[in-house]
Design a protein around this ligand. Structure first.
Ligand SMILES: NC(=O)c1ccc[n+]([C@@H]2O[C@H](COP(=O)([O-])OP(=O)(O)OC[C@H]3O[C@@H](n4cnc5c(N)ncnc54)[C@H](O)[C@@H]3O)[C@@H](O)[C@H]2O)c1
Length: 376
């Protein structure tokens, strides 16, 4: 990218960060607008854009937003925000992220980041040293339980990680897929591995670090969709741990569950859409009898996993002119893992991370268009 139109975020000057939001649908109302309001001492929402003009009016009236637009470009041109928050369906992420970066705005885009690794790398080429950067919503990395567990892995205090389970067992009825962009490779980018399991997979990778090999299977078991509705994978990590990753949208008793068995402890988190410290269980191995030591494993503070905590850290990064978490390589790794999961499931091969290249079917897509789910 050339040095055109780059602005410095206002947070470094003590002024409020001016925020524009694109896509006034479900997640904007449930998560982003409440999150932005919770940070109103640091941010001001200056504009909102959606293709649906009635929705813009309704949401802008509800949240008291003055700037109302029909596209990302109109909003960016009129308001020149410091931060662009993107809540459109996945198919519209790439263009909005690039438009934001080109206009000098830092970007916080909903998951999945973009539709393919090629798109991810294209977007990254519009970033600049010191900002603006594109970052992506992976809110479950940001709770105190995950932070504490990551510290233990780095310090080796629980022994070596050996076994992990990463389960996203959710239920989405047939009616969920009546929304036109869902369940299709072209618009959602994938099935539940890409759209739902991505949260738990991101946390698994945050805790265990680089993976080396993946062997996966994906099926369409019950929903009338193009993509899978179930997948499972066995994953070998560079640190020697082995994990199974199961993602489903056909599981009536829903749970998001990760379990890590270390030499000295089992650590589990069980929740659905968000956790706090009460969702975590720290169980010592039988040879660990010092209760005070076991208590010291747990986080001292209780920060729930949330959009709110991720935004707080993003605003800090903007103020410092530093790349935020869930951005660059750190944001790419989750998309890369999911591309490899689909590649393994569709080819029947074990995929080795060291052999991945920046070309080919699963770099330019998540899916081989000649492969039809439910037919094999
Ligand atoms: N982090 C989470 O926990 C979480 C949860 C749910 C959804 N999401 C993600 O949030 C995103 C949006 O999901 P949703 O459920 O809110 O979808 P939605 O369909 O309810 O809302 C999307 C909105 O974007 C608008 N839109 C579409 N294309 C646009 C464009 N080019 N420019 C401007 N507006 C456009 C639509 O009119 C709609 O109002 C998806 O990427 C989804 O995966 C994340």
């Amino acid at each position: 990218m050339t040095a055109e139109t780059v602005t410095t975020p206002a947070s470094g000057t003590g002024e409020k960060v001016r925020v524009g939001l694109i896509g006034a649908g479900g997640i904007a109302g449930i998560a982003h607008l409440p999150t932005l309001k919770a940070h109103q001492d640091r941010v001001e929402v200056v504009g909102i854009a959606d293709l649906d003009a009635d929705r813009v009016t309704q949401v802008a009236d509800e949240w008291g937003i003055a700037g109302r637009y029909g596209s990302a470009e109109e909003l960016l041109e009129a308001q020149r925000p410091d931060l662009l928050v993107i809540c459109t369906p996945p198919v519209a992420h790439k263009d909005a992220v690039i438009a934001g970066l080109k206009a000098g705005a830092w970007v916080w885009c909903e998951k999945p980041p973009v539709l393919t690794l090629a798109e991810y790398d294209q977007v990254a080429s519009y970033e600049q040293e010191g900002g603006p950067y594109a970052s992506y919503v992976f809110q479950h990395r940001f709770g105190s339980g995950a932070k504490r567990l990551r510290e233990h892995v780095e310090a080796g205090t629980l022994g070596r990680p050996l076994v992990a389970l990463c389960n996203t067992l959710w239920f989405r009825p047939h009616s969920y897929y009546e929304v036109p962009w869902r369940g299709k490779w072209e618009t959602e980018g994938g099935g539940p591995a890409m759209g739902h399991g991505i949260h738990q997979i991101d946390l698994l990778l945050e805790i265990l670090g680089p993976w080396e090999e993946i062997t996966a299977r994906a099926e369409v078991l019950d929903r009338k969709i193009e993509t899978e509705d179930f997948s499972t994978a066995i994953v070998k990590f560079a640190n020697g741990a082995v994990a199974t990753v199961v993602t489903s949208v056909v599981s009536p008793r829903e749970v998001s569950y990760l379990r890590f068995d270390f030499q000295d402890a089992t650590v589990e988190v069980e929740h659905l859409y968000g956790y706090d410290n009460n969702s975590w269980r720290w169980t010592p191995a039988p040879h660990k009898e010092d209760i005070a030591e076991v208590e010291s494993w747990k986080p001292a503070d209780n920060v729930p996993s949330s959009h709110k905590q991720q935004l707080a850290e993003l605003l800090d990064s903007m103020a410092a002119g530093a790349r935020p978490r869930a951005s660059g390589e750190d944001g790419r790794r989750t998309l890369e893992f999911i591309a490899a999961l689909y590649q393994s499931a569709e080819t029947g091969q074990t995929i080795r991370r060291a052999e991945l290249t920046r070309e080919g079917t699963y770099y330019h897509g998540m899916h081989d268009n000649t492969y039809v789910y439910g037919k094999k």
